[in-house]
Design a protein around this ligand. Structure first.
Ligand code: HEM
Ligand code: SF4
Length: 218
């Protein structure tokens, strides 16, 4: 790593206490990533000033009207240059997980490798409340190649904006004795039949299908 780690006294406080800390995770990633060093710089600044410095915008891939959540820094110097340039663009790719969230460890490793190899920050959330795998932190120019690589693995972008959103199902028939139907098949069938409304937002508001195999609704 070329870039010197920035002092983060406020973020360091969040490593105290008995629970795992996201700051420890960010620091681990920052050892090999200038982007994460600068992300921590911006976050530390927010804790000092009690201000947020991210704005949205429009970033996407060919043929899709959603699925990428753009984040641009507003933290600039007097010459309008980003103070933390490596994290000046920190977009998120929403990728639809498999129904029931079934992964093999081999697949998870491949996802991590693809994310790093295509310019991603290394930060991944399994999963956001949207139901997507959240690949967080990539520059505008790298978005299309990263999406292409995930698409090559058989994965697709999720929903964003006024559109059909990424779906979720319980683990259901794969492992649960309470299951009343094939949740994964139902999810895939319903979503694939309406996929156009996920990728090209044209609804008045977000729209979601979620699949519980029984009234326990876990
Ligand atoms: C202390 C800092 C932050 C707080 C408290 C915060 C809070 C939240 C909350 C409550 C949600 C909704 C929960 C969810 O969807 O899982 C959310 C979603 C999101 N945030 Fe943040 N956020 C922070 C920093 C950031 C940063 C630094 C970025 C990117 C630069 C970011 C990008 C997003 C995105 C893309 C989503 C959508 C997640 C989804 O659809 O699941 N957030 N944030
Ligand atoms: S919602 Fe019902 S079928 Fe699905 S995992 Fe929970 S108990 Fe099992």
């Amino acid at each position: 790593m070329a870039k010197q780690m920035i002092d983060t006294p406020n973020l360091d406080e969040l490593e105290n206490g008995p629970w795992p800390s996201f700051v420890t995770g960010l620091k681990r990633l920052a050892k090999d990533s200038d982007m994460m060093v600068d992300l921590m710089g911006q976050l530390e600044t927010s804790y000092q000033t009690k201000m947020g410095y991210w704005k949205g915008g429009t970033v996407g891939v060919f043929g899709y009207g959603g699925g990428v959540i753009p984040r641009f820094t507003e933290l600039k110097d007097a010459n309008h240059k980003p103070i933390f340039p490596e994290a000046a663009e920190f977009h998120t790719l929403r990728i639809q997980p498999p129904a029931g969230m079934h992964y093999s460890s081999d697949l998870l490793r491949k996802m991590c490798d693809v994310w790093s190899a295509t310019g991603g920050s290394g930060l991944i959330a399994f999963h956001g409340q949207s139901g997507d795998i959240m690949f967080q932190g990539i520059k505008t120019a790298d978005v299309q190649p990263a999406f292409d690589a995930f698409n090559e693995m058989g994965f697709d972008l999720g929903g964003a904006g006024p559109a059909l959103r990424t779906s979720m199902s319980c683990v259901g028939a794969a492992r649960c004795e309470m299951s009343c139907y094939d949740e994964a098949k139902a999810l895939r069938t319903v979503i694939n039949n309406n996929l156009d409304d996920m990728h090209r937002p044209s609804l008045p508001y977000k729209f979601k299908f979620k699949f519980s195999g029984c009234p326990n609704d876990c």
